[in-house]
Design a protein around this ligand. Structure first.
Ligand SMILES: *Cc1c(COP(=O)(O)O)cnc(C)c1O
Length: 352
């Protein structure tokens, strides 16, 4: 990464597998652009659809173990399209408090009840459902699969059981899970390795997949409904063919090389071990410093040492929890990680 004319090693990118730079993926994007053009020209429901879409959607469904999939313009467009298509003003949505901003945006578009449960607190979720579930015809539970600012995982199997018990839908946002946890298949495949009972698996193509776009993997009836009811899909232009082709090539690569998909998490664990932190569960490792000022100072110290580590501050995270958020990618050198960990330890955490 180049900032102010200086080359820095970035520990702030979501391009976990460095696929945005992969020669095969760039070549797939170039081929599709040459063949079909730079843009799609219209909404998918008008003339913007393309056989490349069908190919990508079946690869996504196969990766996630669902019947079908639907690709959106972005992850943000997916959440703000899916949630109000499935639940309305007479229904309820239950959301983990640390979920991504676009889940809350989607929930507010339902004009229905939104209940927020404490982070990963399944007892709290259960209490909310015991109290309120029967007041609504439909309920949807939504959570990040891998939490974007904390790097921890949602308790997927338990959430699946609760959803079943309370006749509710469960949707996970796997923006930071696809390609990097569960053998590349995402947060629904961690734990025992078997597929957790998550009927709605949403995510983005703009992080580990290396390109741009969003998706929902679900049953065929749900996807049919989404394709005809989701306003952010219907009323927004289809993705450029090159972007769709790149995502398709990226999924092929992840499927053919699970060892490569395991690298970002392994690199994150080198870092957490060097610092004596709890073992990383994903390629995201937060070091919470608390105050905004000290976090900005720490980020600037790291920049002077040649590392780009962006300070994450409120309102992106709760007050008093400003942090350095480190993200690890397949291409990071172990020597860089060791030097970074040493500086964080001696000059930030154990600052004299
Ligand atoms: C990045 C992110 C999104 C948004 O995805 P885009 O494709 O960038 O719009 C949604 N949810 C989570 C958890 C994210 O981290």
């Amino acid at each position: 990464m180049v900032r102010d004319g200086r080359r820095l090693v970035s520990f702030s990118c979501n391009d976990y597998l460095n696929l945005s730079q992969h020669p095969d993926i760039k070549a797939a994007a170039i081929r599709a652009t040459e063949q079909y053009g730079a843009g799609s020209g219209a909404s998918r429901l008008v003339t913007g659809n393309h056989p490349l879409y069908g190919e990508l959607e079946s690869k996504l469904a196969d990766l996630k173990g669902t019947e079908d999939a639907c690709v959106f313009g972005s992850g943000y467009l997916a959440n703000t399209g899916i949630i109000p298509a499935l639940t309305g003003k007479e229904d309820m949505v239950a959301v983990d408090e640390l979920s991504h901003a676009c889940i809350f945006a989607g929930a507010s578009l339902t004009n229905g009840a939104v209940h927020v449960f404490r982070h990963n607190d399944t007892d709290h979720l259960r209490k909310i459902l015991e109290e309120h579930r029967t007041s609504y015809p439909r309920a949807l539970i939504v959570t990040d699969g891998v939490f974007s600012m904390d790097g921890d995982l949602a308790p997927m199997e338990e959430l699946g059981q609760i959803a079943e018990e309370f006749d509710s839908w469960l949707m996970t946002d796997d923006a930071h899970g696809i390609g990097v946890v569960g053998g590349g298949r995402g947060s629904g495949f961690t734990g025992s390795g078997a597929k957790a009972n998550v009927p709605l698996q949403m995510g983005t193509l703009s992080k580990a997949i290396g390109g741009y776009g969003g998706y929902l993997c679900a049953s065929k009836p749900v996807i049919d409904l989404i394709r005809t009811r989701s306003r952010t899909l219907i009323y927004s232009t289809g993705l450029p063919p090159g972007v769709v082709a790149a995502a398709s090539a990226a999924i092929d690569l992840i499927r053919s090389d699970p060892g490569y998909a395991a690298l970002p998490l392994a690199k994150a664990r080198v870092f957490t071990e060097a610092l004596g932190l709890a073992e990383a569960q994903s390629p995201i490792v937060p070091v919470v410093l608390g105050g905004t000022k000290e976090t900005l100072e720490a980020s600037s110290l790291l920049q002077d040492e040649g590392f780009l580590v962006v300070a994450i501050r409120p309102p992106t995270v709760p007050d008093g929890t400003a942090r350095l958020r480190f993200t690890f990618t397949a291409a990071h050198e172990d020597a860089d990680i060791a030097r970074l960990a040493d500086i964080v330890k001696t000059r930030i955490l154990e600052k004299p």
